[in-house]
Design a protein around this ligand. Sequence first.
Ligand code: HEC
Length: 252
Amino acid sequence: MNKLLLKLCLLLPIVAILSPLYVAWYYPKDEVHLDKAPINSSDQASLQRGAKYFVNYCLNCHSAQAMRYNRLTEIGLTEDEIKANLMFPAEKIGQTMQVGMKPADAKAWFGVAPPDLSVEERVRGADWLYTYLRGFYHDETRPSGWNNTLFPNVAMPHVLWELQGEQQLKITKTKGADGTETETRELTLVKQGTMTPGEYDTMVADLVNYLAFMAEPGKATRHNIGYMALLALFLLFLLAYALKKEFWKDVH
Ligand code: HEC
């Protein structure tokens, strides 16, 4: 009986290691390549810029019902700054970020109601959002005139096109030596907007940084508490060690 228990105990770590490997093998990753979002949750200037972009470019269609305006003080803005720059005069500071448009109208105009973006970063991930917002291209066949490499036939128009300019999708097919055809899809900027490609990437990173903050507002604080706790444990260790030395000093 004891031996069986021992064997089971040995088996456990093996199963624990092998099962995620099995899952990774059985469910291969999506073929779409995601660009790594260069975001930093402790960069308050970036978060503030992101909040401004979000209010100006996204809030007319998307709401953020879980986000109260006064929570923007967590990213270093004063209530007066929030009221002056990010809110409509009629709104109250304790109010959540409501959308300007009626959901029924949105449904009629786009065919799909734009989803609430409060926790979108937790749903899709920062890299997905960073790639998505840089993946719009001109497509005559779509009602909005735009399509997206990451979200084919998306109903959302490219609302940032004035900043980015116009991208086109180039599909090239190449035949390998073994006869298999590979397809490469490449976006090229055919008309530059008011921003350079580098500036646009930074702008999208700020926006994604802000979307991540909205999805997990307490994250920076939680990390800080974590580091403080580790530091406290380390100091406690030093203290305990010194105490142990003191106690055993005269024993030998
Ligand atoms: C003109 C209205 C409009 C504006 C402005 C707009 N969107 Fe959208 N958005 C939509 C619609 C409609 C959809 C639904 C697309 C679909 O399901 O095909 C959508 C979908 C999305 C999605 C995908 C949701 C999901 O997980 O399926 C994200 C992310 C998103 N929008 C982010 C943004 C951001 C960030 C901004 C601001 C830069 C923005 N949107 C501005 C209309 C808009």
